[in-house]
Design a protein around this ligand. Structure first.
Ligand SMILES: [Zn+2]
Length: 83
């Protein structure tokens, strides 16, 4: 783990973002890759951006699906979920 530092831009780890964790990644100057200290994810800037885009899309779709299925789910009694 040499040459790790903050990149010029901070990107969040797409893999952790999937699990609801907002983790900043470090930049590996030698390999020109971003890497996550938490889940071992690493990828180029392009890869990170693509995956983040994908996660956002999937995440949005998931939330929508919850919206549509609300009546069938018992956990909607949870005030945090109910709108
Ligand atoms: Zn991660």
């Amino acid at each position: 783990m040499a040459q790790l530092g903050k990149g010029k831009l901070n990107y969040r780890c797409p893999s952790c973002f999937m699990r609801d964790l907002d983790i900043d990644m470090f930049y590996d100057k030698e390999k020109k890759e971003f890497c996550c200290i938490r889940c071992q994810y690493r990828g180029s800037e392009k890869d990170v951006l693509e995956k983040n885009e994908m996660v956002r899309f999937r995440y949005g779709a998931m939330l929508k699906r919850f919206d549509f299925g609300l009546e069938d789910m018992e956990w909607t009694n949870d005030p945090a979920v109910e709108k």
